[in-house]
Ligand binder design. Structure first.
Ligand code: SRM
Ligand code: SF4
Length: 548
């Protein structure tokens, strides 16, 4: 007897191109701030999530009130670059609708939280006017394609950025329901024009992520993606891409069948046509072989392990009609953003702004608004949740400097803090078991004196925290990783390398803050006493504590 498909599968196939009853949910159901149950799934494909403020749940339950539903919207911005005009629009939309917050994500885009159901259409319409959309920013489709954002590699950065755009467009669902439901109102699109040979009517078994890394920087954590493309460059010429498949980080507490996995490199493509074809057909293999029964085991990483890497490659090659070339050498030597001013090969200036965990603080938001009004830079989101102000002409640099001073933007920040990432977690994430972006800043403040005590203040040790094991802040590839297990408790992960090429391991379970600080103090002391020359903290911890 065949196994029962996940209920999400029927929601997708019966959705009439992801329309479901979204119009009715929005237009007719005035008694609730939520959409209908099946529409909760479908709205994700349009880049929106149903949420509620978890800080207010208890108070509302006492008053016997329904949850205070709201929506989070995530934009699709391949490569993470927007213009000053688009920043202004995003700022203004965030002020007009939602809670006014702007959150830069670990995948080079921005999220707005707290939108009420009746605000969804005007919000999407305003984004559409600014030539921004949230199509396929979530759901069982390819998500935002991310690219190394470092400006110093610009000679070919533009060329590679265009790949992100092309891949994102190639893999967009063909349905026009986003426009029909959220923008055009009465207009009904012709269904025959929506035939979708890639997604058919079942879409993928699960979300799908693609990153492009430009060595020497692995700021996108390329091996944490379903597909990782690693640019191979010789004498400033793009030769092609190494292709890695089956990266993914999420685990589930107590489910031993789930695991984090780094992508496996299966070969190299030397033309745009071959690269795009390979990417496309990797999705069709996942579409046809992925697990549609258990969503905990449905990401590409499990399909790759089910088929074996070689088996997957063979299936892929039969679909693309050519053999992948042998993988080419590459080397990553950095992952962090380069803060402050940098100039590219053409003399344009870039300023990387530290945005702690992607939460744009009110004084930063005001600075960015005033800067955008001058229209002298673009805005590039980094995969480390920071923001690069890009393409600034020599004669405009002083204007940016004056604004930086006027808004007191340049703060002294420790190397550890600059190397930190945290996911959203509470109060909006329904899956959070513990705090992350609201708590990591405080924990870092408590770790900083320990760094000073052990003479490690300049050390760029990566520290990442998430409120649950889904891994949105990529804690599984950090040197110090903290994964929420319950209120105020974290699994302590140790031994990742500095460039995202090795997973860390579970060092200690369910630690409270005082236990974390005690452990970190003792680890730093051990590291300083016993490290070899130039050995990073993560490498030392792996060598010393990892047991096979
Ligand atoms: Fe994530 C779900 C936030 C990057 C793995 N993630 C969620 C949701 C939507 C919760 C939900 O399903 O209701 C979170 C919304 C929180 C909120 O209130 O805003 C959420 N994920 C985020 C962001 C905003 C974290 C951040 O603080 O930056 C990142 C948005 C990226 C984007 O712009 O698209 C984000 N999520 C990631 C990453 C990192 C990455 O992709 O590089 C991962 C781990 C890598 C991976 O996919 O393996 C990640 N998120 C997950 C998972 C586990 C997926 C799985 O394989 O099981 C979930 C839960 C799920 O899909 O069921 C999830
Ligand atoms: Fe939410 Fe967990 Fe992702 Fe954090 S890691 S945003 S808690 S799903």
């Amino acid at each position: 007897m065949s196994e029962k498909l996940s209920p999400i599968e029927a929601i997708k196939t019966k959705s009439d191109g992801l329309r479901g009853t979204l119009k009715e949910s929005i237009d007719l159901d005035n008694h609730t701030g939520n959409v209908r149950p099946d529409d909760e799934t479908l709205v994700k494909f349009h880049g929106m999530y149903v949420q509620d403020d978890r800080d207010r749940r208890a108070e509302r339950a006492t008053k016997k009130l329904d949850k205070l539903y709201s929506f989070m919207i995530r934009l699709r911005i391949p490569g993470g670059v927007i213009s000053a005009e688009q920043w202004l629009a995003t700022h203004e939309i965030s002020e007009q609708f939602g809670t006014g917050t702007l959150k830069i994500t670990t995948r080079q885009t921005v999220q707005l939280h707290g939108l009420l159901k009746h605000q969804l259409r005007p919000t999407i319409q305003a984004f559409n006017t600014a030539k921004l959309d949230s199509i396929a920013a979530c759901g069982d489709v390819n998500r935002n394609v991310i690219v190394s954002s470092h400006p110093q590699i610009s000679p070919i950065h533009q060329q590679i950025y265009e790949y992100a755009d092309k891949i994102s467009t190639l893999l967009l669902p063909k349905t026009q329901s986003y426009y029909e439901v959220f923008i055009d109102g009465e207009k009904i699109y012709e269904r025959s024009a929506e035939a979708d040979p890639l997604y058919e009517d079942r879409y993928l078994p699960r979300k799908f992520k693609i990153a492009i890394a430009i060595p020497p920087s692995n700021d996108v954590d390329v091996f944490a993606n379903d597909i990782g493309l690693i640019a191979v460059i010789e004498n400033d010429v793009l030769k092609g891409f190494n292709i890695a498949i089956g990266g993914g980080l999420a685990t589930t507490h107590g489910n031993p069948n789930t695991y984090a996995r780094l992508g496996s490199i299966i070969g190299f493509t030397d033309t745009e046509e071959k690269t795009l074809k390979s990417v496309y057909e990797i999705l069709t293999v996942q579409r046809d072989f992925g697990n549609r029964v258990d969503r905990k085991l449905s990401r590409l990483k499990y399909t790759v392990d089910k088929l074996t890497v070689e088996g997957f490659k063979k299936e892929l090659e039969s679909r693309i009609g050519f053999d992948l070339l042998p993988a080419q050498p590459f080397k990553f030597t950095e992952r962090n953003d380069r803060f402050g001013w940098e100039q590219n090969h053409q003399g344009s200036w870039f300023y990387t702004l530290f945005v702690e965990h992607g939460v744009v603080k009110p004084y930063q938001k005001q600075f960015l608004y005033e800067l955008a009004q001058l229209k002298i830079s673009n805005f590039i989101f980094s995969g480390n949740q920071n923001l690069i102000l890009g393409e600034i002409n020599d004669e405009d640099k002083s204007k940016v400097e004056a604004l930086l001073v006027a808004h007191d933007i340049e703060k002294q920040v420790s190397a550890l803090r600059k190397s930190s990432m945290a996911c959203v977690a509470l109060p909006t994430c329904p899956l959070a078991l513990a705090e992350a972006q609201r708590y990591l800043p405080e924990l870092v403040t408590k770790i900083e004196p320990l760094l000073e005590k052990h003479g490690l203040t300049e050390d760029e040790i990566s520290i990442r925290m998430t409120g649950c094991p889904n891994g949105c802040g990529r804690p599984y590839v950090a040197e110090l990783g903290f994964i929420g297990t319950g209120a105020g408790q974290y699994n302590f992960m140790l031994g990742g390398d500095r460039y995202g090429e090795r997973l860390n391991f579970l060092y200690k379970e369910k630690l409270t803050e005082s236990q974390i600080l005690e452990e970190v103090d003792s680890l730093f002391s051990n590291y300083v006493a016993n490290k070899t020359i130039d050995e990073t903290f993560g490498d030392f911890a792996f060598r010393t504590f990892f047991k096979d």
